[in-house]
Design a protein around this ligand. Structure first.
Ligand SMILES: Cc1ncc(C[n+]2csc(CCOP(=O)(O)OP(=O)(O)O)c2C)c(N)n1
Ligand SMILES: [Mg+2]
Length: 317
């Protein structure tokens, strides 16, 4: 393995550990009820965000969905601004008015996240259309769950992006569930989402979303092809969320997925998988991240709440 490859492997590993630790800290502190918005954690799914964002430039754009923390952090987002946002504080990246599912930070290309399932697709395609009209060079990364591919807007977005050859990377995170409903009760078994993209003339590939290096390689090839002006690319990655759909807890006890299934995916944890490829001082890595996390939570706690001028801002005033 070359020096560059070794350092890339370590960077990918460290970034996944960082996101995991941040979300574990959110989960631990959530019962304090100081974070007054729902949180959808990406614990178990970190490799998709990290592998894709590492293949993009700082100046590229990203549109995310309800499960947005990992995307924002992997894109270079500010941890303090994210935690303050989840605490509803004025120092948050959205001035405390968006919360966990509405992260916006143009300084890192994070043009927004939307919890309307399927919503990231047309918003991202519209953003890419704007860059196309302005002849800008940015690629737009659109993240969405496999649930979004059941919305009509999926086909409309693929169609328009293909028609205009827009610089879009569609990233489908297939974690097999939409809340409590498994894929098999929502889509016919034969339904192949990558084939749907191909039917629109879009280059489409699938990969192991728990292998960060595979994700990174596929994203790198895709982004290169997009930058060459060859039009949008669709990537679908299989992965698995460890915690409940929304909230800090484990929910294997409620019966919509089996313990066996959960444990089989736990064994395929993307961080454990990548740890076999790197020689890392895990304690050193964890302790520096822990300090950063403690500082971010302290910053959020002591930040002021936003001021709301009811006369000026309420549409009902
Ligand atoms: C249009 C719309 N329908 C339903 C919901 C409720 N809802 C929120 S998240 C979610 C599950 C989406 O599943 P998926 O797209 O696979 O993403 P995942 O949660 O698995 O990451 C649903 C149904 C919503 N927010 N928007
Ligand atoms: Mg899903």
């Amino acid at each position: 393995m070359t020096q560059t490859q070794q350092s890339l492997s370590l960077d990918l590993y460290r970034e996944m550990v960082r996101i995991r630790m941040i979300e574990e800290a959110i989960a631990e502190k959530y019962p304090e009820q100081k974070m007054r918005c729902p949180v959808h954690l990406s614990i178990g799914q970190e490799a998709v965000a990290v592998g894709v964002c590492k293949a993009a430039l700082h100046t590229d754009y990203l549109i995310s969905n309800h499960r947005a923390h990992a995307h924002y952090l992997a894109k270079g987002g500010d941890l303090k601004a994210m935690i303050a946002e989840i605490y509803g504080k004025s120092t948050g990246c959205c001035s405390g008015r968006g919360g966990s599912m509405h992260l916006v930070d143009k300084s890192v290309g994070m043009y927004g996240s939307t919890p309307i399932v399927g919503g990231s697709l047309p918003v991202g395609v519209g953003l890419a259309f704007a860059t196309h009209l302005k002849q800008e060079k940015n690629v737009t990364l659109i993240f969405f769950g496999e649930g979004s591919t059941e919305e009509g807007v999926f086909a409309e977005s693929l169609n328009f992006a293909a028609l205009k050859k827009l610089p879009v990377l569609f990233v489908c995170e297939n974690n097999f569930y939409s809340v409590y409903s498994p894929l098999e009760v929502r889509q016919p078994q034969e339904r192949d989402r990558a084939a749907i993209a191909r039917a629109h003339g879009i280059l489409a590939k699938t990969g192991n979303g728990n292998d960060v290096e595979e994700v990174h390689l596929l994203a790198q090839e895709a982004i290169q092809s997009i930058r060459e002006g060859k039009g949008p690319v669709f990537l679908e990655f299989t992965t698995y969320r460890h915690r409940e759909h929304c909230g800090p807890n484990f929910d294997n006890n409620i019966g919509y997925r089996t313990e066996d299934e959960f444990h089989s995916w736990e064994k395929k944890c993307p961080i454990q998988f990548q740890s076999q490829r790197v020689q890392a001082d895990i304690n050193g890595i964890r302790s520096s991240i822990l300090t950063e996390i403690e500082e971010a939570f302290a910053y959020a706690e002591k930040s002021p709440l936003p001021q709301f001028d009811i006369e000026k801002e309420s549409p009902y005033a």
